[in-house]
Design a protein around this ligand. Structure first.
Ligand code: COA
Length: 670
């Protein structure tokens, strides 16, 4: 069997997109899963099946309600909303779902019931129809063992709210055809989800973290109140365990799932008995904390960290899931501020080790690390690496921020390039974004806040962010950017430094920095004028008015070398381009260039008022960079201009507005 690609979209799908899907169970999560599928694939025929007509009716109403809200927020067009709410069939009769390509079960968490449902499904659907269960805890081996064709079945586990939460666990059960697993990963990724493959163990990967995090919190109630535990936990999660349990009415679930873990793996997993007697916890909402006495806070903190690290090393040691997926999944699905392995690294060995030792002493039996501390840390967190022919395909994966770049990500890309660029078996590299929306939405804006008002620190930041780009300038092996969606700001600056660019037809390029009151400091005011001088007018408008450039126009201008219809042809084109450029990479020239800059109003292409001061900084930097006697000196102009812009009132307003999710008001700034 060939090794599956780390990036699910590199696989050639073995089936078409589903045209008809049935969701069994019209309770809470079933309709939410259905709504996600319909919003991603509006033309889909969706069946909602339940034993209660009332449940079916209210599930159908939920589609109306969600799509109305999406239209009101500008997240969905009227036409899509109409499609989402049509082709929906509510039914009590399994015979109706015979034509479905995929049946997804989301009924009550009860083994006997699920087995009965699967027998009913298998009796009516085609032999090749996919069958998956949304169980959060029951291993596939238990629920599907009686199926006649288990090779088309597995668990696909969603997280609440399933219409928005991108994480989905896909369980690699040993009876499932590997092609089915790869197809499910592809479908999920194509429809905006982030599939995380896990082994077929009780509670899979992420619920082992969540259930034991909650169970441990309940075990700590002899030392602290629920509100105190949530207040301590707030250091690590957006919402404390007891608050989440109230929200999800989760007490009976923890009792069930931890009983399952206790039965399968040992008594140390036994659920706290208090879950059986308490209905609602008295606690604080996210953002509020109660004071906690030092000794209690220390105990709670260490035990929470202890359980988090214990479960994480166990997941890694038993290969239940991949390290990067574990960290990403905890952030996306469970609301952790940082992945547990990142947290271990950041806290360091003494603190992490102390937490684990406390857990070992106070909760004997819980898994402990089997290897040295550092052995859990050597993995790539923000990129995926695949091999196609002799080319390394590097996928930028930060789905929570549209693959926005930060220094850790660029350092990872650089480390992979450095490791392989001297290898004669590697022809070159392709950079692509994870998913279908973005190649990269720019530099991580969250990291700009601390730089505001500090010109030298900002210039240094831009220079540091450029390490990868400067390395690309000096490379002999080709690197090709494959733009699978929007390429914005720093993402576009990265693409500009690649030796070739190919793009999906629907991709677009933009330098939105001016709308944030800052300037794109890592090459955009320099590189285009030296690489594509005939397109200077276009780049003037992109830099000063944030004008969007469609991939098709970029192709006409020669900025983009080729256009592709879909992700897999894009990758094929990029790999071929690497081959064509092999041995022919030419560096960007040192010679000064002439640039004409016209006078414009301080207004963006979309009509937004801009900061005049910011536009002036951009114009001056373009002129100085064009006149610079070396390419390196021209780049320095960009770093300095970024530092200058970070000290303006406009930058403070623009960055603050982005963080506050409101339009900036530059009319009050210069
Ligand atoms: N840095 C950090 N986070 C970013 C980001 C960036 N450059 N671009 C997008 N994100 C985050 C958003 O904050 C959001 O996070 P949240 O879900 O925690 O709120 C998430 O990615 C999804 O983006 P969202 O804005 O909800 O999607 P959208 O479809 O409404 O808008 C964009 C997409 C690209 C138009 C919008 O995100 C945007 O303007 N981003 C900034 C682009 C930019 O200026 N880049 C240059 C930076 S130097």
């Amino acid at each position: 069997m060939t090794t599956p690609f780390a990036n699910p979209l590199l696989a050639t799908p073995t089936r078409a997109m589903p045209r008809a899907v049935a969701v069994i169970g019209a309770g809470t999560i079933g309709p939410d899963i259905g709504y996600y599928l319909k919003s991603a694939l509006p033309g889909l025929k969706l069946y909602l099946v339940d034993v209660s007509q009332k449940a079916v009716d209210s599930a159908l109403l939920r589609f109306q309600d969600y799509s109305k809200k999406a239209v009101a927020k500008g997240k969905m067009s009227e036409a899509d909303a109409a499609a989402v709410t049509s082709n929906l069939v509510g039914t009590l009769d399994y015979a109706d779902i015979a034509e479905c390509d995929w049946v997804l079960e989301a009924a009550t968490e009860n083994l006997a019931l699920k087995r009965k449902i699967f027998a009913q499904i298998e009796a009516v659907v085609r032999p090749d129809a996919l069958i998956t269960s949304n169980t959060s805890s029951l291993p596939a081996a238990q629920i599907f063992s009686a199926l006649q064709r288990p090779q088309r079945a597995t668990v696909t586990h969603f997280f609440a709210p399933a219409w928005r939460n991108p994480a989905v666990e896909v369980i690699r059960w040993n009876k499932t055809d590997p092609a089915v697993i790869e197809y499910l990963r592809w479908v999920f990724c194509m429809t905006g989800k982030v599939p995380l493959v896990t082994a077929d163990v009780a509670c899979f990967m992420l619920d082992r973290i969540f259930d034991n995090w909650c169970n441990e919190s309940a075990m700590l109630l002899d030392r602290a109140t629920a509100a105190e535990v949530d207040s301590v936990a707030a250091e690590f999660v957006h919402a404390g365990p007891f608050f989440v349990l109230n929200l999800a009415r989760g007490n009976p679930i923890i009792t069930e799932t931890n009983t399952l873990q206790a039965e399968m793996e040992g008594e140390h997993y036994r659920p706290a008995s208090v879950f059986r007697s308490v209905d609602t916890w008295v606690t604080v909402p996210p953002g509020k904390r109660v004071p906690v006495a030092e000794a209690a806070a220390q105990a709670v903190r260490e035990r929470l960290l202890g359980i988090l690290f214990s479960q994480s090393v166990d997941i890694v040691d038993r290969k239940i899931g991949d390290s990067a997926d574990l960290d990403l999944g905890c952030r996306l699905a469970l609301g952790f501020k940082n992945g547990p392995l990142d947290l271990m690294r950041d806290l360091g060995e003494p603190t992490s080790g102390r937490a684990l030792m406390r857990l070992r002493d106070e909760r004997p039996g819980m898994p402990m690390p089997k290897r040295a501390f550092d052995a859990y840390q050597g993995f790539l967190r923000h990129i995926l690496v695949d091999d196609i022919d002799s080319v390394k395909v590097i996928t930028l994966r930060r789905p929570e921020a549209l693959n926005a770049l930060h220094d850790e990500m660029t350092d990872e890309i650089l480390s992979v390039i450095r490791r392989h660029e001297k290898d004669p078996k590697v022809t070159g590299f392709v950079l692509v974004g994870y998913g279908t929306r973005a190649f990269c939405a720019g530099a991580d804006i969250g990291r700009f806040v601390d730089l505001l008002g500090d010109a030298p620190a900002s210039a240094k930041y831009a220079r540091d962010c450029s390490r990868l780009l400067v390395h690309l300038d000096q490379m002999q092996k080709p690197v090709v950017a494959a733009l699978n969606g929007m390429a914005l700001g720093g993402g576009l600056e990265l693409a500009m430094r690649c030796h070739g660019i190919v793009a999906l037809k629907r991709a677009w390029l933009q330098l939105p920095e001016v709308t944030l009151g800052i300037v794109p400091g890592i090459g955009a005011m320099v590189v285009p004028y030296r690489r594509w001088p005939h397109a200077a007018t276009t780049f003037n408008a992109m830099l000063r008015q944030a004008e969007r450039l469609k991939a098709s126009r970029a192709h006409e201008l020669g900025v983009v070398d080729g256009l592709a219809e879909d992700y897999s042809s894009l990758i094929r084109m990029a790999v071929a381009r690497v081959g064509k450029l092999s041995g022919k990479v030419t560096p960007i020239g040192d010679e000064p260039v002439a640039v004409a800059i016209d006078v414009i109003e301080a207004k963006a292409a979309n009509g937004q008022v801009l900061s005049r001061e910011c536009i002036d900084i951009i114009e001056q930097a373009i002129r100085e960079a064009a006149a610079a006697l070396t390419f390196a000196a021209a780049l320095e102009t960009g770093y300095t201009a970024f530092g200058q812009s970070a000290c303006t009132e406009g930058a403070r307003e623009g960055i603050t507005a982005f963080k506050e999710k409101r339009p900036p008001d530059f009319s009050r700034t210069k």
